[in-house]
Design a protein around this ligand. Structure first.
Ligand code: ST9
Ligand code: ZN
Ligand code: ZN
Length: 338
């Protein structure tokens, strides 16, 4: 497999020049690299089967979140701080955890950090880490085809939330079943979270965000339920989904103009550093998910901090020469000087 150049380690370990082999071959898995050999099956597409239970639950969640907005003026300041804390924790459980660590293996994390990220991931309630990483590897490997769980060529709504409201395309399950997930199965933290997933989301996504403000500073149960729990959950979900929808449609393509994922600053802001999506699909193994390190990237700040504390290491990062060469070869010209 060719990755076209050299790579250096991120800020959490020393910089070194390495060969193309180091970019992919030494990783635990490479099933997040786009598969150019896959072809969608000819003939009519299978019928769309709507899952009404999910439609109802997602509608209730979003109505509840809207209701929460009206509670904002009556919330105690500490409750708002707590809601932001819950937003950040659950976001990190997705970005630094399910995404950069477990889906892409872009850095290594010691046990205490993996435990923190798994707990934070349960607060985000976006399917367990195993399922999330499996679907996400499929998204990279079969991007924007029938085998991509949130295939953006089916439109904004489908890639944003629609894919969670209907049965999956059979190719998602067929191709997903062939992905190498052995590293996930070997990770005790991932498998523990999967075994106890329902209990963990009940506690981390619903009970803890609601009970802490009520118990410790006497917030009303209604405010504590609708703001740090429901509104926060809906915001994290939508910030995440925007990476699948908006960042596959709006923005420039400085690294590869032949793919749809884009650089989207607004999404990067809301998704704590995950909006540099043209870069990310071009170099999925980079621990920053961006050319620009910590710029607009709280997730990279967090991983770097964990590196300083000795909890994260082996951060993979693409060298400037490789990035420049790739921009010249396949970019849309929008960053040529950058
Ligand atoms: C949620 C996930 O929101 C969000 C993920 C977003 C990813 C974003 C990535 C962008 C980059 C990162 C950015 C992060 C930014 C974060 C910012 C934070 C501020 N391969 O699933 P079933 C098997 S979740 C292989 O029922 P259906 C499966 O194992 C929200 N096999 O499929 C099972 O086998 P078995 C909350 C697969 O029936 C069988 O197929 N959660 C694969 O089609 C059936 O599985 C929900 O809303 C695969 N890829 O139903 C729940 N997939 O029977 C939503 C499946 O042997 N999910 N299989 O066990 C569901 O209800 C259902 O999955 C469904 C499909 C209705 C959608
Ligand atoms: Zn994508
Ligand atoms: Zn990814």
């Amino acid at each position: 497999m060719k990755f076209g150049g050299s790579q250096s380690s991120g800020t959490c370990v020393e910089t070194k020049t390495v060969t193309a082999k180091d970019i992919g071959a030494d990783r635990v898995m490479t099933d997040d690299i786009f598969d150019t050999t896959y072809c969608e099956k000819a003939g009519p597409k299978p019928p769309m089967v709507i899952v009404w239970r999910n439609v109802i639950l997602m509608s209730l969640l979003h109505l509840g979140a809207l209701y929460g907005v009206f509670y904002l003026p009556s919330a105690k300041p500490l409750t708002l701080v707590w809601a932001i804390f819950c937003f950040m924790s659950s976001a990190l459980g997705v970005t630094a955890g399910a995404h950069r660590l477990w889906s892409h293996r872009s850095y290594k994390a010691k046990l205490p950090l993996r435990i923190f990220l798994a707990v934070a991931n349960s607060m985000a309630f976006q399917n367990d880490i195993y399922e999330w990483a499996r679907d996400h590897r499929g998204h990279h490997k079969y991007s924007e085809t029938d085998a991509d769980p949130h295939n953006a060529s089916r439109g904004f709504f489908f890639s944003h939330i629609g894919w969670l409201l209907m049965r999956k395309h059979p190719d998602v399950i067929e191709k997903g079943g062939k992905l190498d997930l052995s590293d996930l199965r070997a990770d005790k933290v991932v498998m523990f979270q999967r075994r106890h997933y329902k209990k963990s989301i009940l506690v981390m996504c619903f009970i803890v965000p609601t009970m802490i403000p009520w118990y410790f500073w006497g917030e009303s149960l209604a405010v504590a339920f609708y703001i740090p729990c429901i509104l926060r959950y809906a915001l994290v979900l939508n910030a995440t989904w925007l990476v699948n929808s908006a960042a596959h449609m709006f923005g420039n393509r400085p690294y590869d103009k032949n793919i749809n994922p884009r650089e989207n600053t607004l999404v990067a802001l809301g998704a704590i550093g995950e909006g540099f999506h043209n870069y990310h699909h071009t170099f999925p193994f980079d621990y920053s998910s961006s050319e620009f390190g910590i710029r607009l990237n709280l997730t990279t700040c967090f991983i770097d901090l964990m590196g300083l504390l000795g909890l994260a290491s082996d951060c993979k990062m693409v060298s400037k020469e490789t990035i420049l060469a790739r921009k010249m070869r396949t970019g849309d010209g929008s960053h040529r000087s950058g």
